[in-house]
Ligand binder design. Sequence first.
Ligand code: AP5
Ligand code: MG
Length: 239
Amino acid sequence: MHLTCNQEIVGSNPTGGLFLDGVNVMNIILIGPQGSGKGVLGRHLNSKYGFSPISSGDVLRQEMDKGTKLGKKIADIINKGNLFPDELTLELIDKKIRNARSGFILDGFPRNLNQAKLLESYLEKLDKKIDLVLLVDVPESVSLFRLAGRWQCKNFGEIYNTKTIPPKIHGICDKCGKALYQREDETEDAIKERLKIYHEKTEPLIKYYKEKGLLKVIDGSGTPKEVLKHAVDVIESLK
Ligand code: AP5
Ligand code: MG
């Protein structure tokens, strides 16, 4: 498999390839149901390899928090668990993709076939490509269990869980000491809608990327450390 390299920040290695801290720079898509741990895995891969995690959900929520007209439109849609329009979502993450000089990890985009095709032609124009699509596989029972206990930090984006990854002090971020919050799309109805959309619109991407030879499946039901190890094993196998 050809790995995407960024010549602005990497140097030539003795075998003629390009590397960053000994690791080829990669552009990765994470696919998985709600609560499968894409956000947590993206952050851990960032710590290990420096790939920039780009969560379309986080970008939309940041816009929502600004309280702009666009933010209000986003809130109306995503708090009910529905999808924001495809082109507008890509426009919102565009800058982050352009700025990701050491590879990126797309978490939450694409989430339907139209977005996958939009992304492809968009990346082509930037002379970038996707090297790997990781499906983080968990049973629905795990998704629901994890979503019930999720608390996040707006400051650093840390993602905690009252049952599985608790902060040292309840409701407070370990890193910045600020109060944690729960997402507004964490209601029973919105979660049901998000999972329905995942099965109907996002799951077809599994076949799409499998046919392109880009898909690898990892078990997402273990501890964060175990899940990271599965992802690292796949990444290392592509070097
Ligand atoms: P988004 O923010 O992407 O949410 P989602 O798809 O619903 O996925 P989640 O963030 O719920 O799950 P995750 O897999 O990231 O789990 P996490 O790591 O947090 O999107 C939100 C909304 O924005 C969408 O519904 C849509 O409206 C809109 N949107 C976004 N992208 C869009 C797009 N492309 N087009 C249109 N609209 C779009 O983990 C979950 C919990 O489990 C946490 O508490 C965590 O601490 C815990 N946990 C994680 N891993 C482990 C582990 N290994 N062991 C134990 N606990 C774990
Ligand atoms: Mg997430």
